[in-house]
Structure formats: C-alpha cells, structure tokens
Write a protein that binds this ligand. Sequence first.
Ligand SMILES: [Zn+2]
Length: 232
Amino acid sequence: MKIILIALLLCLSAATHAADKPIVAGSKAALIVVDVQNCFVEGGTLPVKDGMAVVPVINKLAPAFENIVVTQDWHTPGHASFASSHAGKKPFETTAMPYGTQVLWPDHCVQGTPDAALVKALTLPTAQLIIRKGFHKDVDSYSAFEEADHKTSTGLAAYLKARGIRTVFVVGLATDFCVAWTAMDARKAGFETFVIEDAARAIDLNGSLAAAMGSMKKAGVKVIESSAVSTP
Ligand SMILES: [Zn+2]
C-alpha cells in the first residue's frame, strides 16, 4: 500500500513538473506573427487597443524560434471589407457577402502605404516568409491560411508542411479576428496550435473576444502565456 502511495505521489509530482516546464520551440515549430502593422496600432487607421504592447513580447519570443512567418493585411483601395465601399454603411456594421457575414471596417492597410507597413520596432531578423492577405478586392482574409471564402488557400499550410513544421505559435493582432482565424485554420490543417495570449491584443467588438476564445478552445487551440515558452 505504502509503495503504491509513493509511486502515485511520484507520478503526480512528475506530471506537475512537466506542466511547469517551459516549452522548447525546436526546429519543428514556427512562430506566426499576425498583422503587427502600423494600421493596427495607436496612430493607425484601425488601431487595436494597446496594440503596441505586443511588440516587446514578440521581440523577446522571436529568438526562441528557428522558423518565423509574418503576415500583413494588404488591401486594395476600395476593398470589400471597407465600410466606405458599401453605400449607407458605417464602420463596425456588418453586411452579407457571398461567403458569409462581413464586419465592415474603416479603410485600413492599403497596399504599399506607410499604414500597411510592419511596425518599425518589430525585430524579426530571422523571419523567412511574409504572407500578404486580403489582396483580392472582393474577399476579406483574416486567416493566414485561407481567405474568408474558406476555399482560397494562401499556400501557408503547404509551405509549413514542406519544411517539416508540426507546431505553430500564433501571436499579434487582433486576438479575436486574424489571430483566432489563423489559429483555428492551423488546427484544421493538422498543426498543434498555441496562441500566446500576452503577445496578442483584441478588438473585442460585441463580445467577439469571448466568442473567439470559445471557438479556439473547441478547435483544440491551446492558449498560453509567453512565460511558458523557453527563450534564450
Ligand atoms: Zn483588413
């Protein structure tokens, strides 16, 4: 009896230890840095509250990753996701698009403008790929993997698989839209997926953050803090 009890205690302590142990990213993991662009931080056209706060956290995480992918929201002028493209509509209202309900945004992240540039303080010298999304005039793309029609691929899943990536860590802006959609599509594509909560910030429009958190949990996305990842 005593032996069983000791064995049980040892097992429990091992399990606790494993949970506390920092995650080592390794060569089969990639960091996906979503839309850390001037448009989505203070002073931009669609600022996410406290958006700049993600930058030091991401800069600290980056050296832990051999593989880094960056995304940029990259819209045509007059893009279908802009309220200004729909007569009588205001930003943050919705409209029906052939692919589903679309939230209408202020004009933002127009291709080639300083507003669409990556935030200068973001330090990712080892990033190998930039995925630009939302460049088809009539379709939005929150996800780094698929456009909002859920048909058109960006090619990211194939790229990551070709490089032997099994796990992705998603950070950036905004938690409840582009980060969440990217993380859920990563799960759909078969990747183990983490969202690093303190390296992301939300727009939180009509309860969108709670809804996104619920959907991510259901999809098997693990939400962690940056302190859980081992950094050099
Ligand atoms: Zn956009």
